[in-house]
Design a protein around this ligand. Structure first.
Ligand code: 8GT
Length: 140
């Protein structure tokens, strides 16, 4: 067996405001899944743990400094296993917004939505699964 990772860890953030709305990021036109709404985040880099990766990604994408102590694991979603390319697994964390401004740094846009609105947004497949897991859990 080759000693290379067979899966690609990605981390994502479900940030809630005090009104029960959640932050979603719309991917810019020049990227994969252009125009789709996702939980913001990105790939875990070598030498990082998931929380470090998420803090870095959110700072890069949104100029928002997460307090790693407030991040709670909320679920995960995975691509079907495939031969050839690494399987993407997205780990989702929740946090409560502290009110600091958010500003998109990489050409995307962000907005706040209620769970029933998020259900109707066009999303990449793993974000569909993450949203289902998060909001089905929250409503029980
Ligand atoms: N959020 C999300 N990402 C997905 C899905 N499926 C899938 O292949 N991805 C890929 O997972 C990666 C997420 O990392 P990212 O957000 O840092 O991607 P990026 O394009 O900004 O980074 P890059 O410039 O390094 O490629 C992207 O390559 C994205 O295309 C999905 O369903 N949801």
């Amino acid at each position: 067996m080759e000693k290379i990772p067979t899966w690609l860890p990605v981390v994502a953030l479900a940030l809630a405001d005090a009104q029960g709305r959640w932050l979603m990021h719309r991917r810019p036109p020049d990227k994969a899944h252009a125009g789709l709404w996702e939980f913001p985040g990105g790939k875990v880099e070598n030498g990082e743990n998931p929380v470090q990766a998420l803090v870095r990604e959110i700072e890069e994408e949104l100029a928002y400094r997460l307090d790693s102590e407030t991040l709670l694991p909320a679920g995960f979603a995975q691509e079907p296993a495939s031969v050839g390319s690494a399987q993407i697994v997205i780990l989702l964390y929740t946090s409560l917004w502290d009110g600091s401004p958010l500003s998109t740094q990489e050409g995307g846009e962000v907005d706040w939505f209620r769970p029933e609105e998020i259900a109707k947004l066009d999303k990449p497949p793993l974000d569909v699964a993450l949203a289902q897991g998060l909001f089905e859990k929250a409503s029980h």
